[in-house]
Write a protein that binds this ligand. Structure first.
Ligand code: 5AD
Ligand code: SF4
Length: 470
């Protein structure tokens, strides 16, 4: 069986980048050099930032929270919604003073936003203090770009328009010990009419199962207990690599990796959720009973306009099928409010699907017009005030449902993988249930990385609280 056809970056190229890493390390020898990376957007961007952190750490830089103390400042950007873009411009503007005070620092911007020509032009003209601009397809080339920048006063701009090959073997420094993100495929072929991702992340490329399993095995050996397999649409994993591969097969392979106790994945497109995958979630003991299945809208008419390729009924049928196979499963979703042409009736269909599915939680977004996507050309854009009012109604309904579902945990004993100290309270430890509920409890650092049984004693909309009983 031929396992892959995905094109990888040649190993000579990877070795070349490692030489640049070593050259910068020599430059930094004996000096206390620091870096900061600020990430916008999804977990895939977080994972890319972990790669940048890995490269920087191998170059002899240490991480700092303070940009003022940084020698290298990176913004890893997102362009899925306009808000994220505006924030990046705000941050870049604020760095101008710092660059005037410390001209020797390097400011770099990368990520999805940079794959748009007009953005790069704008940064070139308005943010002259930015030293390096690079995109999503050539992230692995960062050592070479940084080396070039440190050795010249010219600004470096390196954006690849075409879909890049998959880079294996570059360093990575992960944020969390107990949990890790593992990107299993890059890009998206779906062209939902509102979404910019296929234009900036390119066509789908799957990693090979053996590369993924090797990475997960290393994580298992180093104390990681939970992996989240990432892709824009993991259900089409392997389709690009040709024959015999499927995401279900990948799940069962990862399920066999020693040390790993929990497997999560996101995101699944409803049009590609196969029976094979449903059975894999049911049958692989480490795969958590949680499915993130973005519905986007409850109106079949709007779903058609969105090019989602399923109807409301099809989605509801899927939910029923999954629930009958895995009764304890938790569903979460993404919803867009105010897609062009969305009427009050369409919006009511979205409220209706919330009530029918009863999602554990939903990420809710105001539709944001993205230049270059078909929906941006639609003449019937919804006024901001209407979007906001609908958004508030949606959040109110979802919050009630999330709270009601959480209430059903009251008094139950539930297994929680302990992640560490809770951010919200010094006294509390935090972890998640298999169904992805955040649980806070009094604990101790020895519990970190183990699964404990917590009796739930208090319930909130976003989290649960309880007492460890085992
Ligand atoms: N406007 C609002 N939300 C969007 N998303 C993607 N594109 C847009 C847009 N133009 C949302 C979708 C997707 C999530 C990651 O972001 O709900 O599932
Ligand atoms: Fe965007 Fe649709 Fe691809 Fe998700 S599946 S990344 S929403 S185009």
């Amino acid at each position: 069986m031929s396992e892959r056809q995905t094109v990888c970056v040649p190993q000579e190229e990877i070795l070349k980048q490692k030489e640049f890493i070593n050259s910068i390390k020599e430059l930094n020898l004996g000096r206390l050099k620091k870096y900061s990376v600020t990430t916008f957007g999804c977990q895939m961007n977080e994972n890319d930032s972990e790669r940048l952190a890995g490269m920087l750490s191998d170059m002899g830089y240490t991480e700092t929270e303070s940009q003022k103390d940084s020698d290298v400042i990176i913004y890893n950007t997102c362009c899925v919604r306009e808000n994220a873009e505006l924030k990046v411009y705000g941050h870049l503007g604020a760095l101008k003073r710092l660059k005037e005070e410390r001209p020797e620092i390097t400011i770099a911007v990368c990520g999805c936003m940079m794959q748009q020509k007009e953005v790069v032009e704008h940064i070139k003209r308005k943010y002259r203090h930015v030293d390096i601009i690079f995109g999503t397809h050539n992230l692995y080339k960062f050592p070479e770009l940084l080396y070039g920048s440190l050795n010249s006063h010219d600004r470096i701009i390196d954006i690849w328009e075409t879909t890049g090959a998959v880079a294996e073997g570059m360093p990575i420094q992960r944020k969390q010990g107990v949990k890790a993100f593992v990107t299993v495929m890059y890009g998206c072929n779906n062209y939902c009419s509102y979404c910019i991702v296929p234009y900036v992340r390119g066509r789908e490329r799957s990693r090979s199962i053996s590369d993924i399993v090797n990475e997960v095995s290393m994580l298992g050996q180093h104390g990681c207990k939970e992996v989240t397999l990432l892709g824009q649409n993991v259900n089409s994993f392997g389709k690009d690599a040709g024959q015999h591969l499927s995401f279900a097969k990948l799940l069962s392979e990862v399920n066999g990796v020693p040390g790993i106790e929990r497997i999560r994945f996101m995101t699944s497109h409803p049009k590609d959720l196969t029976d094979e995958l449903i059975y894999a979630i049911r049958d692989c003991d480490k795969v958590c009973p949680h499915l993130h299945l973005p519905v986007q809208s409850g109106s079949t008419r709007i779903l058609n306009e969105m090019n989602r390729k399923y109807s409301k009924e099809h989605y509801l049928g899927l939910v029923e099928k999954v629930r009958s196979a895995i009764p304890e499963i938790a569903f979460t979703t993404d919803i867009i409010v105010g897609f062009p042409g969305e009427t009050e009736e369409d919006f009511n269909e979205t409220l209706d699907i919330l009530e029918r599915v009863r999602f554990d939680s939903a990420y809710t977004f105001l539709y944001s017009k993205r230049t270059g996507t078909p929906a941006a050309k639609n003449a019937v854009q919804i006024p901001e005030e209407v979007k906001k009012l609908r958004f508030e109604r949606l959040v109110e309904v979802q919050n009630r449902i999330s709270r009601e579902i959480n209430l059903s945990y009251m008094g139950t004993e539930t297994e929680v993988l302990v992640e560490g100290l809770s951010k919200s309270s010094d006294a509390a430890f935090t972890g998640r249930t298999g169904t992805n509920k955040v649980v806070n409890f009094k604990g101790s650092s020895e519990m970190e990385g183990s699964v404990v049984t917590v009796k739930i004693e208090e319930v909130h909309t976003w989290s649960l609280e309880g007492k460890v009983i085992r």
